[in-house]
Each structure stands twice: as structure tokens, then as C-alpha cells.
Design a protein around this ligand. Sequence first.
Ligand SMILES: CC(C)(COP(=O)(O)OP(=O)(O)OC[C@H]1O[C@@H](n2cnc3c(N)ncnc32)[C@H](O)[C@@H]1OP(=O)(O)O)[C@@H](O)C(=O)NCCC(=O)NCCS
Length: 180
Amino acid sequence: MSWTTIETERLILRHWLTADSEPFAALNADPRVMEFFPSPLTRKQSDEFIDRIAAGFVSHGFGLWALELKATGDFIGFTGLSIPRFEAAFMPTVEVGWRLAKSAWGNGYATEAARASIREGFERYDLQEIVSFTYEGNMPSRAVMERLQMTREPGDDFVHPSLVGHRLAPHVLYRLPADP
Ligand SMILES: CC(C)(COP(=O)(O)OP(=O)(O)OC[C@H]1O[C@@H](n2cnc3c(N)ncnc32)[C@H](O)[C@@H]1OP(=O)(O)O)[C@@H](O)C(=O)NCCC(=O)NCCS
């Protein structure tokens, strides 16, 4: 199968390799990476997540690309496009998202990879809009959205239906139209 590979200045956005399973499980088990998720993931949950990502690429062509650092060949996490599955006023839509190992934060990698993912979504898949959302207190993630010139209308804020009653339920939504 040939999945799209995208190259940026410092990164390769590529399909997932068996060798990614272990470092991906490690970052999913890191409480610092998973601070704004209900809990860290077990190895089994992390491996199942990779299986779902792979299935998404088969269905849509795009997906959450594994990120490889060109300089070292290291796997550092994912960035890419996915189709959210819950009920909300802004559905159906395509989301851009990211999750990087703590050691890779603070280098601009998430923003660099997200820019390339968004370009792919608009140019190859002809998407009219890409959104991103997160827990309202996830400021590092919101900062990525803002660096991407995504904009938030407070009227789009929502309670994540899978997290009702949870402290992480309040979510903000950022949008980016294809033709601003
Ligand atoms: C969200 C997340 C990807 C943000 O990571 P990040 O490293 O802060 O974001 P970027 O990759 O865009 O890097 C930006 C930072 O790199 C710095 N930087 C250093 N060198 C840089 C360069 N050459 N180019 C651009 N930025 C650079 C920027 O100044 C900025 O630092 P600052 O926040 O101190 O101002 C990361 O916190 C994460 O993986 N969190 C856990 C998962 C998660 O919450 N995902 C979102 C769920 S919705």
C-alpha cells in the first residue's frame, strides 16, 4: 500500500512502522504528555490506537502521520488529520491534531508538521475547513492552533460528549477555512 509521505524542513510525516510501537507506548504512558487526557494509555491501548490510525489511512488516504526527525531518524509522535466520531454542532469535519514525546517539545515540530498536514488537507483532499479542539486549559495545544492562524469563536466552545461531568469536559474549537 502506498500512503502519502510528507517531507518538511526538519521532519518526515510517514506511515507507521512496527518499531514505532514501543516509543509510542512510552509517550502515551507519560503523565506529562497525557496531562489533558482522562488517563495515560496502557501498551495495549497504545497498540490499538496505532491499528485505528492505520485503518483510518486505508479509509481516507490521510491520517495521523508518524513523525520522524530527519536529523536522527527518531520517532517523536504524531501530527495529522482525522475525522472525529462524536456528535457535535460542527460535525462532520476534519480535525488537525498532534501528540509529541516530551523530549521533542519546544522546537516548533508540532506546528511545522501541522502546517504540512493542513496544506495536504486543502490541496490534495480539497477540504473546505479544518478544525482543531482541545480541553480549554490545554494552553500548549491552543498555542499551536494560534500559531497556525486558526481562530476561535467562543460560541463554538462545547462540552465533549465523552467527558460529560469530567474536569476535562469543557472544550474550545478553533477553525481554519481553506480560503480565509
Ligand atoms: C501540544 C504540543 C504538541 C505542543 O508542543 P510544543 O513543542 O509546545 O509546540 P511546537 O512544536 O509548535 O513548538 C513551539 C515551541 O517551540 C519553540 N521553538 C524552538 N525552536 C523553534 C523553531 N526552530 N521553530 C519554531 N518554534 C521553535 C517555540 O518558541 C515554542 O516555544 P514556547 O511554547 O516556549 O514559546 C505538546 O505539548 C504535546 O504533545 N502535548 C501533549 C499532547 C496533547 O495535549 N495534544 C493535544 C491534544 S488536543
